[in-house]
Write a protein that binds this ligand. Structure first.
Ligand SMILES: Cc1ncc(COP(=O)(O)O)c(C=O)c1O
Length: 471
C-alpha cells in the first residue's frame, strides 16, 4: 500500500490484551439499568472519586471556566495565546502543586517545567531528547502497557526489562539492574537510561529510599539517565509516604552534579486530579538542554490555553488544592480497602500496596497450569463469562503468569461491590465443582446474577421476617 514502516510496524502494542480488553468492554459495557449483564471496566486507571470537589470549586469560581478574569472577558487573549513556554501563572501553580504533593520537602522551579499533552507526550519527548533509534531504556517489570507505544513506537528506542519477581514483592534489586544492563550490552544495544514509575503502575507501591538510592548509584556509575514517571504521586493513601527522586538528590546534596542533570521527572494531572481528557502533563528536568529541546518539541502537543487558564486558577487556590489532595487520598484508601476485602472474600490476595488507582492481584491459584496460555484462558473467562475487564500481567510484561491489575477508582461503590460478588461467585463455583473444566464452560454472568438475586431475595425476606418479629 506504500505506507511508511511506522504505519505498518507492530510496535504500537495495540494488539496487547490490555487494549483488547478495552475493546471488549466497549462492545458490551455494564450499565446498572440498560445492560446489567455487561462487562465492568476494571482495566482503566481513571480516578472518578473526587469529581464533586472539582465541580464545587467550578461552581464557586465561574470566571475560571468562562474565559473571564475579574468578570472581564479574556476570550481574545486566550484564543490568540500560543507561546510554547506555557502560561507563567499555570507553570507557577503546577510547580507549587507538585511541591505540595511531596509535602513541600522539595521545590520546583517553574523555569525547568515543560508542559506537554499528558504524560504520554512527556515520556516520548524525553526519550526523543535522550536517545537515538536503537538505543534502550531499562524498565522494571511489570510495567504500564502504554510504554511500548509511548517510548518505542515513534522513537525507535528499545525497552529492556529489569526482571522483578514476587519473591521480594517485585522490588528492584542491584543484580536485576546489572542483568538488564548486561543483556542490552550483549545484544550490542546502548543503554541510555532507566525509566521507573513511582508510585508504580501496575503494582501500586512507592519506591523505597533504598531502591531510589540504588537507582541513582546505578545511573551515576553507568553515566546514563533516570526518568521517574511520578504521575501517581498524589495518590499515595497509606504509609510509607511518597519519596520523589528529587528528594533523594537533595538528601544526597547532589545540587550541582552531573547526575542531577541526568534525572528527569514526568508528571500529569490525569490521575491525581482525574483529568485525563484535559491532556495536561509536564517534564521537569534540571538539565537546561533537555528543558530547551523538550520545550521546542512541545509544539507537537501543547496544552490548550483555556485549560491552562482554568487550571492555573484552580491550583493556585492553595486551600482548595491542599484539601483536594487529602480528601482524594482518603477516598482512594477506602476504595482500595473495599477491593482488597472483596478479593479476600473470594480467596484472592493482593500485593500489599499504598498508592495508585489499582491493585496487583494474585490469581496464580486459579490457573490450570503455570503458563501464560493459562493466564490468557483465565483472563478470557473473567472478561466474557464473569464480565470483568481486568488487565493480565502478561500485558504488563510480568515474568510470572497469574497476576492481574484490577482498577478500583473508575466506578461507583455499588459497581465495585457487584464486581466483587461476580468474582466470588466465579471462584466459589470453581471450588464447588469437582470438574473445574465443566464449571469454566458453564459459568455465565446470568447464572451468577440469578444466584445473587436468590441470595438477595432471601436476605430481604429474612429481614422482613426480622421486622415482623420486632413488631
Ligand atoms: C505510568 C503512566 N504514565 C503515563 C500515563 C499516561 O498518562 P496521560 O493521560 O497523562 O498521558 C499513564 C496512564 O495510565 C500511566 O499510568
Amino acid at each position: 500500500m506504500n505506507l511508511s514502516s511506522k504505519a505498518t510496524c507492530a510496535s504500537h502494542g495495540q494488539d496487547s490484551s490490555y487494549f483488547l480488553g478495552w475493546q471488549e468492554y466497549e462492545k458490551n459495557p455494564y450499565d446498572e439499568v440498560r445492560n446489567p449483564d455487561g462487562i465492568i471496566q476494571m482495566g482503566l486507571a481513571e480516578n472518578q472519586l473526587s469529581f464533586d470537589l472539582l465541580e464545587s470549586w467550578l461552581a464557586e469560581n465561574p470566571d475560571a471556566a468562562s474565559f473571564r478574569r475579574n468578570g472581564e472577558s479574556i476570550f481574545r487573549e486566550l484564543a490568540l495565546f500560543q507561546d510554547y513556554h506555557g502560561l507563567p501563572a499555570f507553570k507557577n501553580a503546577l510547580a507549587k502543586f507538585m511541591a505540595e504533593i511531596r509535602g513541600n520537602k522539595v521545590s520546583f522551579d517553574p523555569r525547568n517545567l515543560v508542559l506537554t499533552a499528558g504524560s504520554t507526550s512527556a515520556n516520548e519527548a524525553l526519550v526523543f531528547c535522550l536517545a537515538e533509534p536503537g538505543d534502550a531504556f531499562l524498565l522494571p517489570t511489570p510495567y504500564y502497557p502504554g510504554f511500548d507505544r509511548d517510548l518505542k513506537w515513534r522513537t525507535g528506542v528499545e525497552i529492556v526489562p529489569i526482571q522483578c519477581t514476587s519473591s521480594n514483592g517485585f522490588r528492584i534489586t542491584k543484580p536485576a539492574l546489572e542483568e538488564a544492563y548486561d543483556t542490552a550490552r550483549n545484544r550490542n544495544i546502548r543503554v541510555k537510561g532507566i525509566l521507573v514509575t513511582n508510585p508504580s503502575n501496575p503494582l501500586g507501591i512507592t519506591l523505597s529510599d533504598k531502591e531510589l538510592n540504588l537507582l541513582i548509584n546505578f545511573v551515576e556509575s553507568k553515566e546514563i539517565h533516570l526518568i521517574s514517571d511520578e504521575i501517581y504521586s498524589g495518590t499515595v493513601f497509606n504509609s510509607p509516604r511518597f519519596t520523589s527522586v528529587m528528594e533523594i538528590l537533595l538528601d544526597r546534596n547532589y545540587v550541582d552534579t552531573e547526575v542531577r542533570n541526568r534525572v528527569h521527572i514526568v508528571y500529569s494531572l490525569s490521575k491525581d486530579l482525574g483529568l485525563p481528557g484535559f491532556r495536561v502533563g509536564a517534564i521537569y528536568s534540571n538539565n537546561p538542554m533537555v528543558v530547551a529541546t523538550a520545550t521546542k518539541m512541545s509544539s507537537f502537543g501543547l496544552v490548550s490555553s483555556q485549560t491552562q487558564y482554568l487550571l492555573s486558577a484552580m491550583l493556585s487556590d492553595e486551600k482548595f488544592a491542599k484539601n483536594y489532595v487529602v480528601e482524594n487520598q482518603k477516598r482512594l484508601k477506602n476504595r482500595h480497602m473495599m477491593l482488597v476485602q472483596g478479593m479476600e472474600d473470594a480467596g484472592i490476595s493482593c500485593l500489599e500496596s499504598n498508592a495508585g488507582l489499582f491493585s496487583w492481584v494474585d490469581m496464580r491459584h486459579l490457573l490450570e497450569s503455570d503458563t501464560f496460555e493459562a493466564e490468557m484462558e483465565l483472563w478470557k473467562k473473567i472478561v466474557y463469562d464473569v464480565g470483568l475487564n481486568i488487565s493480565p500481567g502478561s500485558s504488563c510484561h510480568c515474568l510470572e503468569p497469574g497476576w492481574f491489575r484490577v482498577c478500583f477508582a473508575n466506578m461507583s461503590e455499588e459497581t465495585l461491590n457487584l464486581a466483587m460478588q461476580r468474582l466470588k461467585s466465579f471462584v466459589d463455583s470453581i471450588y464447588q465443582s469437582n470438574d473445574s473444566y465443566g464449571f469454566f464452560h458453564n459459568f455465565s454472568v446470568k447464572d451468577s446474577r440469578r444466584r445473587l438475586l436468590k441470595k438477595w431475595v432471601f436476605r430481604l425476606s429474612s429481614s422482613d421476617r426480622g421486622l415482623e418479629r420486632d413488631r
